[in-house]
Design a protein around this ligand. Structure first.
Ligand code: SAM
Length: 278
């Protein structure tokens, strides 16, 4: 039974971090003309209304994209331009999820794979993107779907792994799948999102990825509140395997600014770390 609906959380600080990194990864990999595969294991609904009752309930976007509207930092320009292009008028009413970001950035010869288990969100994805070429949308487990797609014919891929971590086993399942995926397709760029709720689980995931021998791993984390012991999400992070060489410097410049713009004073923090390097 899936109870998580991303529409309640669209545009929050965690989405900002995740999508800034995603835009950077796609921008970089598309500098080369050759085709690229985009694989989104937990795609969500695609695009979100911020004025619909779900997003409006807790207005989480006010902790994220809502705070960045008047910002003019070079590191955010591509992401903010993309968000702005999604709006139907002058005010912020829409937020692009990861499939919409990919839809706006990918080229005609790129391929995308979207996996989503929830029937409503799967239907929404199909309605928005199902008719496009080189697009496969499947209502199936995204981790199994990923393994079936790898290695992609293009031999170049960005894989976004963005579960809601509703089940405690999700951390282990993600780690196991990422290691298997990397063993099958070692040059892919893998971006794994995680919530900061329980540090022990994050430490275990990072240690297992390192132990597996993965050669190039970086982590980017944005904490908007002081970390507590398992009492709710205080931040989130992205583990990136095989990051483009430009990403670390860009995130090192951006994370302190994001922490101060989105975080609570005296509580916010960030991590910008190399976990493994070849
Ligand atoms: N990636 C989206 C974005 O950035 O806009 C948000 C995804 S949301 C955090 C996680 C999604 O995964 C939910 O829509 C949920 O229904 C879906 N989901 C949960 N378990 C899944 C599974 N095993 N396989 C595929 N999708 C799953």
């Amino acid at each position: 039974m899936l109870s998580y609906r991303h529409s309640f959380h669209a545009g929050n600080h965690a989405d900002v971090l995740k999508h800034v990194v995603l835009v950077d990864l796609l921008d970089y990999l598309m500098k080369k003309d050759t085709p690229l595969d985009y694989i989104d294991t937990h795609a969500g609904a695609g695009c979100y209304s911020l004025v619909g009752h779900q997003a409006a309930k807790n207005q989480e976007y006010n902790s994220g994209i809502g705070k960045l509207q008047a910002i003019d930092w070079p590191e955010l320009s591509d992401y903010l331009a993309l968000v702005s292009d999604c709006q139907k008028g002058p005010s912020l009413t829409q937020y692009p999820g990861s499939p919409e970001i990919a839809h706006r950035l990918l080229r005609k010869h790129d391929r995308r794979w979207l996996f989503e288990l929830h029937s409503t969100d799967f239907g929404l994805l199909n309605g928005q993107y199902g008719a496009f070429r080189h697009t496969r949308i499947q209502q199936t487990d995204g981790l199994k779907g990923l393994m079936a797609v790898l290695p992609p014919a293009s031999k170049r891929a960005v894989v976004l792994i963005d579960p809601s971590y509703e089940m405690k086993d999700d951390y282990a399942a993600v780690t196991k799948t990422v290691v298997k995926a990397w063993e099958k397709f070692r040059t892919g760029v893998y971006a794994i999102w995680y919530p900061v709720v329980d540090r022990e689980r994050i430490n275990k995931m990072e240690a297992a990825l390192k132990r597996a021998g993965i050669k190039s791993i970086q982590v980017f984390e944005l904490n908007v509140l002081k970390e507590t012991d398992g009492r709710g999400m205080t931040g989130s992070g992205m583990i990136v395997i095989n990051p483009p060489w430009v990403l670390f410097d860009r995130m090192q410049a951006l994370l302190p600014k994001l922490a101060s713009a989105l975080g609570e004073p005296d509580q916010a923090s960030f991590r910008c770390e190399v976990l493994a390097q070849d």
